[in-house]
Design a protein around this ligand. Sequence first.
Ligand SMILES: *Cc1c(COP(=O)(O)O)cnc(C)c1O
Length: 410
Amino acid sequence: MSSILSTYGRFPLTLVQGQGTRVQDDQGRSYLDFCSGIAVCSLGHSPKVLVDAISQQAATLIHCCNLYHIPQQEELARCIVEEHVKLPGKVFFSNSGAESNDGLIKSARRFGHARPQADGTPRYEVVSFLKSFHGRTLGGINATGQDKVKEGFDPMLPGFRHVPFNDLEALEAAIQSSTAAILLEPIQGEGGVHVATPEFLRGVKALCEKHDLLLLLDEVQTGFGRCGDPMAWREIVPELAPDGISWAKGLGGGFPIGAFWLSDRLIDGDQPLSSLMGPGSHGTTYGGSPLACAAALAVLREIQTLNLIENVRAREAQIRETVASWNHPLITDVRGVGLLLGIGLDTTKMQVPEGKLPAIYLSAELISHGLLAPPAGPETLRLLPPLNVSEDEVAEALEIVRTTLDSLKN
Ligand SMILES: *Cc1c(COP(=O)(O)O)cnc(C)c1O
C-alpha cells in the first residue's frame, strides 16, 4: 500500500538509472526514452556538463534565498534575455511551469490596474484557449481550457475566459472592457499537440495592440530548443514581440526551475511593463537558487555549444519522412514543431481493450517493446526525445512505434 496520494494513474514501470537517451528499470530492462520526463531532460539523462555543474555548485553554495544577491541568477537572467529572448525585458525565477504562469497572470492583473477601464475599474480578465494546459495551481487550472483539471475544484476564480484555438473571430468576440491579457501556448502540448498558425499568432498580436492587451506566451513545454529556436514562437512568426513569457520543463534539464519574463516596453510615458512587478509584488523562497541557476546555465550553454537547434530540425525531418513513408493506416497525421511532435491516431482502426484510452494503451504497449513515449490527449502519441538524440536512436524508436502499431491493427 503506497503512502503517496493517488493523483496519478501510473504506468507499471520503475526507472532507476539513465544515460543519454536510455533508461533502465528495476528489473534491468533498458528503454529508449522519448518522454524525457515530459520534455524536461533536454540533454538526456545525467549529461556530464549538468552533473558537473550541479556537483560543483552543490559543493560551493546550494541555497541562499532572494534576500541577497545571487550571481548565478544574474548571469542566467542575462543569458535568457540577451541570447535567447533577444528583446529587452526582465526575468523572475520560480520552480515550476504553473508557478511561472501564476506570475504572468499576476502581472496581467497589475497591468489591468495600471491601465484600467474608461471608468477607472481595473481590468483583470485573461483569455486563454480550449485544450490549453497551464499547470495545476489554482491560477493554472483557471487558465487551462480543459474541464478535467477543474473537476471538483469550483468555484473557479473570476477573470478567466476560454475560446477555441486558432479562431480569431471567437477571440475577438471574447474580448471585453475588463480583458487585460491573452495567454497561449505557441504549440499546445498536453492538449494534443496543436500548432498555432502564423495568421492566428499575427492576428492575436494585432488584437492585443488594438485593445491594449498583454500577449503572454506559455513556453513551459516549447521553450529553449524543444521546437528548434529557443523561443518556439520564432519558429511560427519570427517578428512576434510578446509582452510576457513563461518557462520551466527543459530549462533545467531535470533540475527543477521555472522562469517568467516581462518586456521592458513602455506602457505609460516612461514606465516599462516589467516595472509593474516591483519590490514586494512577488516572491519565492526557493526560486532562482544558486544551484538551480547553475544547472540551467549549464543546460543553455550546452544547447548552444552543441548547436542542438540543428539536430532538433534534422531529427524532426527524419521523423516526418520516416513516418510518412509508412503510409500507416493507424496514423492520421504528424503535428508539432521540432522535437515536440504528436502522431495522430485513427482509433477506429485500432484494437483497444474496453475502457482504455487509445493513446494511453499505445504508450503502455510501447513500454513493453522498449520505448517510452507519453500520450497527449486521448488520440495522440507524443514524441519528446532529448534534443541531442541521435539519428540511430530515432530510427530505432520509430521502428518500435511501427511494429507496435502493426500489432494493434484490427
Ligand atoms: C507542463 C506544463 C505546465 C505546468 O508545468 P509544471 O512544472 O508541471 O507546473 C504549464 N504549461 C505548459 C504548457 C506545460 O506543458
